[in-house]
Design a protein around this ligand. Structure first.
Ligand SMILES: [Fe+2]
Length: 217
């Protein structure tokens, strides 16, 4: 990672596009759904110290190649307190088997080495993330890929002062340094909300890729 002035300007440029933008990156959603079905039984609790919140994850890019390493789904501060091992976001760069089966390497090949902690997230009805920020001190933003039940009938996603209108099978670039929350409001138990969150490091290279793939530019 090169934190020079040129790359810093790239981060400012990308932030200037706004907090929420749709991307046109070509994604094979059939392959992605198949990948989710293949690995969904390996999903583990997100943040095991809060087991009552019905949210689960499957790692695509993590600090190990395991799809079910709980380190990817917990607080790094808590991990340090427990183990004495200091991890940071840039340690989450190992691609898992699920990543290689997802087809996402083909879609993001050009910036694959700029992708960090990434996973499928599954929210069961009532499952939620309360208001928080993803800020981690690095010039990173989030790419969210919606898979299923992400429309507002089942899922609400608040970002800063806005309630987003998400659609299924879309790709969004989101500034989750801003406060945000997400909740599966579906009353029926079978309606799980599934989406992917990817951390992307912003520099000259990713700025170019993202701008070229903005839906509106
Ligand atoms: Fe978040």
């Amino acid at each position: 990672m090169n934190l020079n002035m040129e790359n810093f300007y790239s981060y400012l440029n990308v932030l200037s596009w706004g907090k929420f933008n749709e991307l046109n990156v070509p994604i094979n959603f059939d392959k992605l759904r198949y990948c989710y079905e293949k690995y969904k039984n390996y999903a583990i609790q997100y943040n095991s110290s809060k087991p009552l919140i019905r949210r689960f994850g499957i790692s695509l890019i993590s600090c190990t190649e395991k799809i079910d390493d709980p380190t990817a789904f917990g607080s790094l501060l808590e991990y340090y307190d427990k183990t004495g091992i200091k991890l940071q976001e840039t340690d989450f760069s190992k691609k898992t088997e699920a990543w290689h089966d997802s087809g996402l390497e083909e879609s993001f090949n050009e910036i694959s080495d700029h992708l960090y902690r990434s996973h499928f997230l599954i929210l069961k009805p009532g499952g939620y993330f309360p208001y928080h920020r993803d800020y981690n001190g690095f010039p990173m933003l989030r790419i969210i890929i919606t898979i299923k039940n992400c429309k507002k009938e089942n899922f609400i996603f608040g970002l800063d002062d806005t309630l987003l209108s998400l659609q299924d099978e879309k790709i969004y670039l989101v500034n989750t340094n801003l406060s945000h929350f997400a909740c599966n409001i579906s009353p029926k138990d079978e309606k799980e909300v599934v989406f992917i969150v990817m951390n992307v490091l912003i520099d000259k290279k990713t700025e170019k890729f993202l701008f070229r793939n903005l839906k509106i530019r």
